[in-house]
Ligand binder design. Structure first.
Ligand SMILES: Nc1ncnc2c1ncn2[C@@H]1O[C@H](COP(=O)(O)OP(=O)(O)O)[C@@H](O)[C@H]1O
Ligand SMILES: O=C(O)c1ccc[n+]([C@@H]2O[C@H](COP(=O)([O-])O)[C@@H](O)[C@H]2O)c1
Length: 195
């Protein structure tokens, strides 16, 4: 059995934190991070506002990400081996792939692959605060959050809702442990009910 789980949602919502806890707790679990598919800086468009448009789907090489997901789907054992994931002997042939990222549900070719789609949210103030304490490979220029990051988040979220994409909403201000236990239990349930 193979299941693909999405850990999506707002920047700094706690996606990486939750994904790391799940990876350690789940058997035969591989992870793909969407952030690893950002295009090089010189390929990122500059908007009329003067900001590099990092938070648009076009700034990510989603074909490459899809290819990586397909490699896992075609052979999760081989994928685990080549990515240093220890496979548990004696467990049923169950394999779990966690996809983690801020724009997981806006790229059509991936949309139907998920068994479960989680979506972490934060209020504006908390998100802005967490973002201000974070350092990215390319540091945020002043004004990027209000001028680009938050408006893009709202735009993609609105589109996702308009398209009727089904997600499990998670409030990213809840304690880490509580979020982890909820999602872990939920993933085990979907494994039990998987056809
Ligand atoms: N449930 C939580 N409550 C409070 N802070 C959190 C929680 N989850 C993560 N954080 C903190 O928020 C920041 C962003 O977390 P991270 O997991 O890197 O977010 P993302 O991957 O969504 O950008 C980090 O400083 C992390 O320690
Ligand atoms: O990882 C990078 O190379 C990178 C370079 C520039 C910007 N980012 C930011 O990474 C954010 C998404 O990652 P995350 O972990 O905050 O969800 C997104 O809001 C981008 O603005 C990321």
């Amino acid at each position: 059995m193979k299941i693909v789980v999405g850990i999506g949602g707002v920047t700094n919502g706690g996606k990486t934190t939750l994904t790391n806890s799940l990876r350690k707790a789940l058997p035969n679990c591989c992870v793909i991070h969407q952030d690893d598919f950002f295009k090089p800086q010189d390929q990122i468009a500059v908007g009329e506002d003067g900001f590099k448009q990092w938070d648009m789907l076009e700034s990510l090489d989603m074909e490459a990400m899809l290819g990586t997901v397909q490699a896992w789907l075609s052979s999760p054992r081989k994928f685990a081996r080549t990515h240093g994931v220890h496979l548990q002997p004696g467990t049923p042939d169950t394999h779990i792939l966690l996809l983690e990222g801020f724009l997981l549900y806006s790229y059509r070719p991936l949309l139907d692959l998920y068994s479960r789609r989680y979506f972490l949210t934060l209020p504006y103030e908390e998100c802005k605060w967490r973002r201000s304490t974070r350092s990215y490979p390319v540091p945020d220029p002043p004004g990027l959050f209000d001028g680009h990051v938050w408006p893009m988040y709202q735009k993609y979220k609105r589109e996702m809702e308009a398209d009727g994409v089904e997600v499990v909403q998670l409030d990213g201000t809840r304690p880490r442990e509580e979020l982890f236990l909820q999602v872990l239990g939920d993933i085990y349930n979907s494994l039990l009910n998987h056809p």
